[in-house]
Design a protein around this ligand. Sequence first.
Ligand code: PLP
Length: 495
Amino acid sequence: MRPSEELLRALVDRVSGHVLRPPATTDPVIRYATPATIADAFAASVGLSFAANEAAHSDDALVAATDEVFRWSVHTSHPSFVNQNFAGPDPIGVLGDWIGAALNTTGATYEVAPVFTLMERAVLDKLASLAGFPSPAGDADPPAGMFCPGGSVGLLFALQLARYRLDPDIIDRGSDGRPVAVFVSESGHYSTKKAAVLLGLGLDAVVTVPTDADGAMRPDALAAEIATASAAGRRPLAVIATAGTTVTCAFDPLVAIAEICADDDIWLHVDGAYGGSALFSPTQRRRLDGLERADSFVWDLHKMMGMTQQCSVLLVREPSRLEPCFATRADYLFQPDKRNAELDPGDRTFQCGRRVDVMKLWLTWKAHGDAGFAARVDHAIEVADHVRARIAASDGHFAPVVAGDFTNICLLWVPPELRPLTLGDLDDHTRSRLHALGPRVKIRMQDEGTALMGVQPVHGINCFRLLFMNPRVERADADSLLDLIDRYATREWVS
Ligand SMILES: Cc1ncc(COP(=O)(O)O)c(C=O)c1O
């Protein structure tokens, strides 16, 4: 049965209303509800669960159910959503995503995705040029990498590339069981551990490298860990350097790390899922100096650049490595005798069906231009700088937990009697009260729908983490967030 045009128009109205008029400060960022409340809310329309023999529902019921989806969801476009290293989407990105969805194809072959195959090449090559990776000599060369479903998956693929370079027989024979070591900083993302497990390397293969106080990998410690692992008979497989760590947004020193990797011929993967977007800004790209020497690089455009989840690329300095590492040459998809088969992207990755995430990025980038993308990154840092300045001028009211100078801030609210705060001077009781304060404040904010911000331990104590990802967030919004923390924390500390 075809859906009625009225239903489709009503749903389009709901989406376009949300995209064109995203929630404002006066709206709740969330209506926090228990699972039972959410399920009850759907009971009046179509029900959340499915009956054994589910009937088709009326247009009105479906529209009512859609309203419940919007009602109970977290509004990541809200100026007080600073909870994650992504936030509300760029409206053009949403529509680009829709275009890709409307055309519903897979990025596996030129045959079914001619435009998207060419767009991928254009976007990947442009991203690679920002990363300082060599440009393909011509159309006969493969594009500079692949789109992939997220930074974690990109890292998994990168580790497989590293294994293939270390041991080319791994494709046919599988692992020879000799132990390897993968090095990542103690602030690195958990995807390294998950990838090690999935690839059969085991958690024992992951060597955690100490960081400095801001969370950046210490090159001297890396060199020492490599020497220790090698002496213990473990072959160094890869170093995962992070450009923008998840919590403190530290940038590992890539020049020094690349030097160590070159000396020992170790695959260098840079996890730029979060901080890779600094490359768009002429004043910020210095943070990734040395990236051009990496072997692979993951970059999430769904984090700082407002692409809808997900939009990630894995760039490879020698892209010709992808095909032999991943190809299985299925003749029911990659028939060599069809037209433009040489352009098929599908055998250069693990996936078969692949969303055409390039569409939204291509359209958004064309709409904003390089300068617009740079301005987005610069704006986020300006707002974060403003918060840092307010903390510094707060007479000890707030305390930074790490110095930081990118787009996120980790801070403590300091009770009046503890100002100025010296964490080392706190007795155990006071420290654990302060540690418990953040989660309590967060619950109050959720209850009242006023803000959603990160709260998690840094240096062993829960702090507030504000991530500025949304270009709608201005200095005044950031001021309001600090005022909110102050208001709730003052109330919770004495209660
Ligand atoms: C530094 C870093 N690396 C990797 C990832 C994982 O990326 P994804 O969520 O796209 O898998 C994240 C996610 O927050 C991250 O912060």
